[in-house]
Design a protein around this ligand. Structure first.
Ligand code: TYM
Length: 327
């Protein structure tokens, strides 16, 4: 059975982008793969986090994993900081990665741009992410398009280690959706929808109330035409809304084009809003049930125990190959 690993940072309110780009595939892959899904709290602190907010967001994201349909009987759900092998292999990977490789990372450039002081952890972030993936010898990593570059560096590090120290790691493949790999902001289709964008109107949060969702969609930017046509180069705003609709209503792009042929943006946006509300309402209900049931801690503890078995075994192999003396 193939192994799957992925993670999401608890650094803000999860958006429809996170759901469509990544979480939907987590849920899909769990049925016939050995899956590890984690909240990457160690990654979140590469930018300053207020401790109480980090604590709350971490639990929120873990509960959203379950609310989205990840079944802890099928997949291990855990927090990165609960499996100490991540930090340890992360350090070993930091010694393998080159400064030049890290300097090329667009996520680093975006997040450090214009900042007076930037933590060193933000720079070495990809080494920790490589460790996350390689610890489980994951074959597939379900992510959105923006993580491709990090996957590339992970693959390079796997090859580099295997060549220098002997076969240890599987070289992982990204698993990216065909439609919706890059959901764009509602106010500016040249930027990706992001949980860290300070303008709440730019994104739909998974926990937004139905009326907030309706308002955000009615205000979403479109072009001055009226044709519902998937054409990302010339109609990026409408094409983005169509990708969202496709996922939330389970319709193909061709079906959406046929359904709104000649109807204009008004009816399309109205139905889109109801499709998003309809997709998120059951998730939100399950989220509330999970938070009030008190079962989250137990699930996370069990997930970390399961993950630690594989992670510690890999770490032992890595340290032995690198020449560390056994305790
Ligand atoms: P993060 O927390 O920024 O995002 C989590 C996942 O959501 C996807 N995503 C999107 N997909 C489509 N459209 C969007 N607008 C959009 N915004 C976010 C991301 O591609 C990602 O899959 N570095 C990672 C976290 C990480 C990780 C890992 C992922 C740490 N270790 C190991 C996979 C495996 C990140 O910052 O994701």
């Amino acid at each position: 059975m193939k192994r799957v690993l992925s993670g999401i940072q608890p650094s803000g309110n999860l958006t429809l982008g996170n759901y469509i780009g990544a979480m939907k595939n987590f849920v899909k892959l769990q049925h016939d793969h050995q899956c590890y899904f984690m909240v990457v709290d160690l990654h979140a602190i590469t930018v300053p986090q207020e401790p109480a907010a980090l604590h709350e967001q971490t639990e929120t994201v873990a509960a959203l994993f379950l609310a989205a349909g990840i079944d802890p009987a099928k997949a291990s759900v855990f927090l990165q900081s609960h499996v100490s092998a991540h930090a340890e292999l992360g350090w070993l990977m930091t010694t393998l990665v080159y400064m030049g490789e890290l300097e090329r990372m667009t996520q680093f450039k975006d997040k450090s741009e214009g900042k007076e002081s930037v933590g060193a952890g933000l720079f070495t972030y990809p080494a920790l992410m490589a460790a996350d993936i390689l610890l489980y010898n994951a074959d597939l990593v379900p992510v959105g398009d923006d993580q491709k570059q990090h996957l590339e560096i992970t693959r390079d590090l796997a090859h580099r280690f295997n060549k220098r120290f002997g076969e240890q790691f599987i070289v992982p493949e990204p698993y990216i959706p065909q439609v919706g790999a890059r959901i764009m902001s509602l106010d500016d289709a040249s930027k990706k929808m992001s949980k860290s964008n300070p303008n709440p109107g730019s994104s739909i949060a998974l926990l937004d109330e139905p009326d907030v969702i309706r308002k955000k969609i009615s205000r979403a930017v479109t072009d001055s035409g009226r044709e519902i046509k998937y054409d990302p180069a010339n109609k990026p705003e409408v094409s983005n809304l169509m990708s969202i609709y496709s996922h939330c209503a389970d319709l193909s792009i061709a079906e959406i084009e046929a359904k709104y042929d000649g109807l204009g943006y008004g009816p399309f946006k109205k139905d889109l809003a109801e499709a998003v509300v309809g997709a998120l309402e059951p998730l939100q209900q399950r989220y509330r049930d999970i938070r009030s049931s008190g079962e989250l801690r137990t699930i996370l503890r069990q997930g970390a125990e399961q993950a630690s078995v594989i992670a510690n075994e890999t770490l032992r192999g890595v340290k032995e190959k690198m020449g560390f003396v056994k305790p």
